[in-house]
Design a protein around this ligand. Structure first.
Ligand SMILES: [Zn+2]
Length: 306
């Protein structure tokens, strides 16, 4: 587990203030999706009564009286920080990310109400995740469990991991065939996010340094290799660059205003191009991804994260 710290900053949609939060390495390896992923249930609009019923059930499972619950559709946020802090995180991080991600990519909400557990510190996170999830977390930061319809977060590590994890349930409901490389590339792009011209963007982050080092050593595999990794290969056979290569490909596309186009093209063509290689070539306007990789590597080496 990479323990380096990184920073997450985003400009709020509703104000001009800039908040910087620090967090650690977000690797959500727990509870990976089974492959192949089943077709999604059609999107459902949840009513106030649905949320109320959900909350009544949740109340029975609260670990203690220190937790408060905030409805932030399509999520319910549960936290053991002061209630005003839970409300602020619901508004400034969850709502902000959901609004911007939906505008950029996702038309359908998750098919179930998803719980976001925000634990105030490592002790609370580890103790209560073990009770609620049934086992101890394998990452100190947070993870999404599709089988529990829940995100479990140690919010003391910051909001970047939370935005990363919010991408996954939306990807599951909008692009269930999405392979792990793009699912994690897009999610990790927003670990450090900001707003530019009203749109969410991912900024450089701690994953850059290791990637630059691997590029200099010639250790980054061809894009065809990354794109063809199975879920198991992506997570379990990562030589250290799977997340960062995917993230900085997304960053490269974003900076050329091609990322949204790639998402849409890939999603449309996934039946005939499950890896995304042909969609990537098409969006880049290049037939030779090795030639593209040279250009991408040169661009990545110019990026800075201080
Ligand atoms: Zn992830």
């Amino acid at each position: 587990m990479n323990m380096r710290q990184c920073c997450f900053g985003y400009a709020l949609a509703t104000s001009l203030s800039l908040i910087a939060i620090c967090l650690g390495s977000p690797v959500c390896a727990a509870d990976r999706p089974a492959s192949p992923i089943a077709a999604p249930t059609p999107a459902k609009i949840f009513t106030k009564a649905d949320y109320q019923r959900h909350i009544e059930e949740l109340k029975k499972r609260l670990p203690n009286d220190g937790f408060s619950i905030v409805i932030q559709p399509p999520f319910v946020v549960i936290g053991d920080e002061p209630v005003d802090t839970v409300k602020r995180r619901s508004q400034q991080t969850v709502k902000w990310a959901v609004d911007h991600l939906k505008r950029e990519y996702f038309s359908d909400d998750p098919t179930e109400i998803i719980d976001i557990w925000l634990f105030q510190d490592a002790n609370s996170y580890e103790e209560h995740t073990a009770t609620l999830y049934g086992k101890k977390p394998t990452t100190p930061y947070g993870f999404y469990s599709s089988s529990h319809n829940a995100l479990y977060m140690n919010i003391a590590t910051g909001g970047g991991t939370l935005v990363h994890e919010i991408v996954h349930p939306f990807m599951a409901s909008n692009f269930p065939e999405c392979p792990s490389w793009f699912n994690e590339g897009l999610a990790s792009l927003y670990e450090q996010s900001a707003e530019r011209d009203g749109r969410i963007i991912g900024q450089t982050n701690w994953r850059l340094r290791g990637l630059q080092s691997a590029i200099r050593k010639g250790d980054v595999p061809p894009f065809e290799t990354l794109c063809q990794t199975t879920t198991r290969e992506f997570y379990d056979k990562d030589k250290g660059t799977n997340y960062s290569q995917a993230r900085y490909l997304c960053h490269y596309l974003q900076e050329r205003d091609l990322l949204q186009k790639f998402y849409r093209t890939f999603r449309k063509n996934v039946a005939t191009d499950p890896s995304g290689i042909e969609s990537l070539k098409s969006v880049l306007g290049k037939r030779d991804l090795d030639e593209f990789k040279q250009k991408w590597e040169a661009e990545v080496l110019k990026l800075r994260f201080d």
